[in-house]
Design a binder for this molecule. Sequence first.
Ligand code: SF4
Length: 256
Amino acid sequence: MECVRKTNQNTIDRYDLWVNSSGTKFDLHFRLLFFSLDIVIPDKQKRTVEIIRRLKRAYPDAHCALNHSTPFELLVATILSAQCTDERVNIVTATLFRKYRGPQDFADVSQEELEKDIHSTGFFRNKAKNIKAASQRLLEVYEGKIPEKMEEILTLGGVARKTANVVLGNAFGIASGVVVDTHVGRLSQRLGLTTNENAEKIEADLTKLVPKKHWIMFPHWMIFHGRQVCIARKPKCEICVLANICPSRKLFAPEL
Ligand code: SF4
């Protein structure tokens, strides 16, 4: 793998480093200097692979944080998670999934009652409407079961690509795309993997860079990192495992 050391805006020195399955090995000269240099791996694809390798090692227990026991429950939890924390959604669904056992119960309940049940997740009117619409369509067209194709899930009320990717990936193990939430979007920009703001465009950029076998786990690693280290307001670059390959480190922690 080739790395580039940026000594200033105009000068670039090249070094080689080798990566093997047991970790990253540097030549001695390079290793001594490693932590004091601003290192950029210029090939985005190679940098993405290195980011994945480090995040996978840092967060071996990364997983979907929304509690669910069926694909349908995951669909409902994901709809509720828009503009809401996963912790709050899990509090609400702990009661909700005891009261409503499946799409039929959600289709039968009145809009007003469902709104009350999910009120604390915010945007409760739209969310209640979408959950009821999705439940009704599942009953009418799919015998109450979540379809396993992206184009079919997208026909459920209020279900966009992010929700569809969450359900297909985490409930069925189908790599349909890369989930882009607020953490994945922010980190992808900071790490220089995209310059886009729009979630679908960011996803398109990531699907070109992230090997398909990592499409399901990549967002979990990024989300764990975004919550624990690369925090929105004040990223903790000083403890970040990606610090020496992150183009934003100089912006947030010029002293490092
Ligand atoms: S070095 Fe800083 S900005 Fe870059 S990924 Fe790590 S915490 Fe985020």
